[in-house]
Every structure is written in structure tokens, then in C-alpha cells.
Ligand binder design. Structure first.
Ligand SMILES: NC(=O)c1ccc[n+]([C@@H]2O[C@H](COP(=O)([O-])OP(=O)(O)OC[C@H]3O[C@@H](n4cnc5c(N)ncnc54)[C@H](O)[C@@H]3O)[C@@H](O)[C@H]2O)c1
Length: 438
């Protein structure tokens, strides 16, 4: 050990996982945890469950599993609570989502049926393709936030929870830019009371969570916690927050490939990405206003990785297009195609074609588990505000306004593991390695 370790409270007792939206991602996550607890599957894709961290020199051969190295809550300690605009319990919702096979769901039916969503805070102005019936009523957005605060407290008491974490797994809301009402907590609270139209449902949940000191992760591209008012509230109440938009299919591939092209200084003239997807998420994204939110999130990745301002000859003028097409027969099994036009020595053109037949929620579920456990860790370690070390999980990582986000998956992983080393008082790994040869 070379640094002073951070004091981290032990993960005693139960951890409540508040899931907003009980759709494909949430149910695949919950069902996965229940199945893994029963030995019916493995937590593939989860860093907290399968990942390791190298400590000290390569010659020391100290490579513990992350779960053995840092105090994380266990899967047995998780207690799920959910909110949705439909009444379906987690078993019915998982069955409707069509991600997991019926025989697997049958084995965990009792556990899933016990999770019944509480009434949602929802306004179809912000998600135009959905019309739910399982909704809270309130004159103002402020009233709705107070109802959520009461409900979260009641849930904690009823389930005898030590701590709670909230993950937004709800539908993608329409594109909203930062406005005056988002600039300070005072303005946001006034906006909640006057029903300001720039406060969508997701912000009402985030407000209630942060009020109670509940860490919040945003799995969708909505602005939600990424506004100055919430930075202020997170700081005041010492709450960790992170987002936005789980990095799963096509964008995951983009943030693996693009850094490689840049590392070899191969130029780019165009990158065309298209997808077909047939789940409810695809249906919501078929609405141009929700798609705009997603598009903004997906487009920014290449600009940040390739840094056209530093490499104008290689990346000064590339064409980038992202399309998502709703195609019901495919359900959650998305297919993505990428055509990448690259440029080599003396300007000679080449092409890369990528065809990813992925399963959206199978890729997202382990990220939800990691975020639950890492956000809870951050809270117990006294880390408040934006958790940039969790950028690894997101398409549009939140940062301070003066910083640009880091999108390169390898750098994001290094940052995450160095943060864990830092918490435990272990030496940072720089990959210099000269001392081995001296
Ligand atoms: N699956 C992935 O790989 C992936 C990747 C990145 C982002 N996301 C995002 O994660 C979110 C969830 O994805 P999904 O595939 O589970 O979608 P889904 O449509 O299956 O589930 C979303 C659920 O949220 C509910 N909902 C909508 N608004 C709500 C509100 N205000 N309060 C409570 N519930 C609400 C819907 O009724 C639905 O059941 C989406 O925003 C999606 O864009 C998913």
C-alpha cells in the first residue's frame, strides 16, 4: 500500500434497489440476480462479479477479484422495488419483454411475482408513444415529488433497508435542453411548484431520491440529473450521481473500435450506423422527439474520441449518421450494422463492416448490477456528486461542465480500477514499467 485508504462504511444490512421502469432491462436484471442466486446462470458481463484488479507490480502476482478487494454489497442483500405506468408484476413484465426463456422464468416465478410496481409519476407529453394507467395523481409536480419521498421512506421502513440506490430504467423521454429552471435548486423547486414544462417525470423521481440522499444512476439519455440544480442538491446531501444512457450495443462497439483506429492514426471519412429493434424501447424511440434524445447521446461519442481539432487531416471532416428503426419481429434482439470508411497511407480508402446481432437487455442487465453496487460503495465511501469513474457504463458520461467526457472504453476501465485502488490505498498503475528493466 502506498496511499492512505479512504474510510468506507461496511455494507451491512439490506440494500434497496429502486428501479424506475419495470421493462426489459429491469426485469432481465432482477430475474438474472434471482437466477444467479439459485445457481441457474452466471453473472457474465458484470465487473463486480467476475472482474479482477491488478495490485502492485506484475511480479507480485496480486490480482484479486474486485468483489474480494473492495467491500461491496452481496446479491443476497438486494431488495427490489419498482415503479411503472403499467400494473404488470415483474414476472408478467419479463414474460412480455420476451428476453429470457419461459422455463428460466418459471423457476423464479415466485420471486418475480412478488415485485409489483408502485404507481408511476408520468406525463405522456414526455414519452409520446406510451399511455399508462397506473399513475400517481397530484395537482403539481411538487406534490408528486412529495408523494415519492413518502413512498421511498415507507418502502425503506417496510423492507427494513439499511440503504437505497435508484436506477432510471424508464423509457427515453423527449429531448429537453438545459433551461433557466434547471440552473439552481431554488429555481427547480419553484418550477416543481408551478408545473414548469421543462421538468419531465424523470427529474421528479431524481429530486425525491436526492432529497433523501439516495444515489441515482440514469440508464437513459434524458437530461434528468445532469443539471446544475441537481449538482447543488447532490453536493448538499452528499449523494453520488451518474449517467447517462447505458453503453451496450452499437455504441459499445464504437468506443472499442474508434480508439483503435485513432491509436494507429487511420483516418475516417464516414461512419454509418443503423439498427433494427422491436421491443418497447424501440417503439418509444420511433417517436422523433425521443429519438432526438438518443441521437444526441450516440453522436457525441466519435467527436470526443477522435478529437478532430487535434487531428484535422484525419478526422476534420467525417460524416457520422445513426439510425434506429423500429421493427417488431426482432423484439429485444437488436441487429446493428456499421459501415466504416477509413483512410490509410497516402490517402488510400478502406472499409470495415460490422454486423452485431446483440440482445439489448442481456448486455444492459450486468451494467445495472454493477451500477447498483458501485453507487452504494461510493455513498459508503463519502463520495458525492458526479461519479466520473463510472463513465465506463455510459454512452454520454456526465462530467463537470469544464471537462469533456472520456469515451474510450479502455481509458474508462483504467479510471474505474484506479479509483478502486485509490479507495483501498493501493498504488496507482501507470503502465510505465521501466523499473522492471533497471
Ligand atoms: N437495453 C439497452 O441496451 C439500453 C441501452 C441504453 C439505454 N437503454 C435505456 O434504458 C431504458 C429502459 O430500456 P428497456 O429496454 O427496459 O425499455 P422498456 O420500454 O422495456 O422499459 C421501460 C419501462 O419504463 C416504463 N416507464 C416509462 N416512463 C415511466 C415513468 N415516468 N415512471 C415509471 N415507469 C416508466 C415503461 O412503461 C416501461 O415499462 C430506456 O430508456 C432505454 O433507452 C437501454
Amino acid at each position: 500500500m502506498s496511499e492512505k485508504s479512504i474510510e468506507i462504511a461496511a455494507p451491512t444490512g439490506k440494500l434497496g434497489v429502486l428501479l424506475i421502469g419495470l421493462g426489459a432491462v429491469s426485469t432481465t436484471f432482477i430475474a438474472g440476480v434471482e437466477a444467479i442466486k439459485k445457481g441457474l446462470g452466471k453473472p457474465i458481463g458484470s465487473l463486480t462479479q467476475m472482474g479482477t484488479v491488478r495490485l502492485g507490480k506484475r511480479t507480485e502476482k496480486r490480482v484479486p477479484k474486485i468483489a474480494d478487494f473492495i467491500p461491496l454489497a452481496g446479491m443476497d442483500d438486494l431488495v427490489f422495488g419498482a415503479w411503472d405506468i403499467f400494473e404488470d408484476d415483474a414476472y408478467a413484465a419479463a414474460t412480455n419483454s420476451g428476453v429470457l426463456e419461459a422455463n428460466l422464468l418459471q423457476e423464479i416465478k415466485t420471486e418475480l411475482e412478488a415485485i409489483r410496481p408502485m404507481k408511476a409519476v408520468f406525463d405522456p407529453c414526455y414519452v409520446k408513444r406510451l399511455h399508462g394507467t397506473h399513475l400517481k395523481e397530484g395537482k403539481t409536480k411538487w406534490d408528486l415529488a412529495q408523494q415519492l419521498v413518502d413512498e421511498f421512506q415507507q418502502f425503506q421502513k417496510e423492507k427494513n433497508l439499511d440503504r437505497m440506490v435508484m436506477i432510471w430504467c424508464g423509457s427515453t423521454e423527449i429531448f429537453i435542453e438545459r433551461k433557466e429552471v434547471h440552473q439552481s435548486l431554488e429555481k427547480l423547486e419553484a418550477g416543481l411548484k408551478s408545473n414548469d414544462e421543462n421538468i419531465p417525470s424523470s427529474m421528479i423521481y431524481a429530486y425525491a431520491a436526492l432529497q433523501l440522499g439516495i444515489p441515482f444512476a440514469n440508464g437513459a439519455p434524458n437530461l434528468t440529473v445532469d443539471i446544475p440544480a441537481f449538482a447543488q442538491l447532490a453536493e448538499a446531501n452528499q449523494v453520488p450521481v451518474c449517467g447517462k444512457d447505458f453503453k451496450t450495443g452499437q455504441t459499445l462497439m464504437k468506443t472499442i473500435l474508434a480508439p483503435g483506429l485513432k491509436a494507429r492514426l487511420l483516418g475516417l471519412s464516414g461512419w454509418f450506423s443503423t439498427n433494427i429493434l422491436g421491443n418497447r424501447d424501440g417503439e418509444v424511440l420511433d417517436d422523433p422527439e425521443s429519438f432526438k434524445t438518443k441521437e444526441e447521446s450516440k453522436l457525441s461519442v466519435l467527436e470526443h474520441i477522435l478529437q478532430p481539432d487535434l487531428y484535422p487531416e484525419l478526422y476534420g471532416d467525417f460524416y457520422h449518421k445513426v439510425r434506429i428503426n423500429y421493427y417488431p419481429p426482432r423484439k429485444d434482439n437488436k441487429e446493428g450494422w456499421d459501415n466504416i470508411d477509413i483512410v490509410g497511407w497516402l490517402g488510400y480508402p478502406m472499409q470495415i463492416k460490422l454486423n452485431f446481432l446483440c440482445r439489448d437487455s442481456i448486455l444492459a442487465a450486468p451494467l445495472v448490477l454493477d451500477l447498483v453496487l458501485f453507487l452504494d460503495l461510493a455513498k459508503r465511501a463519502g463520495m458525492a456528486g458526479i461519479q466520473e469513474w463510472l463513465s465506463f457504463y455510459f454512452k454520454s458520461p456526465m462530467t463537470l461542465p469544464e471537462l469533456y467526457p472520456e469515451h474510450d472504453l479502455t481509458i474508462q476501465l483504467m479510471k474505474l480500477k484506479n479509483t478502486l485502488r485509490h479507495m483501498a490505498g493501493e498504488e496507482q498503475i501507470t503502465h510505465l514499467g521501466l523499473d522492471y528493466y533497471q
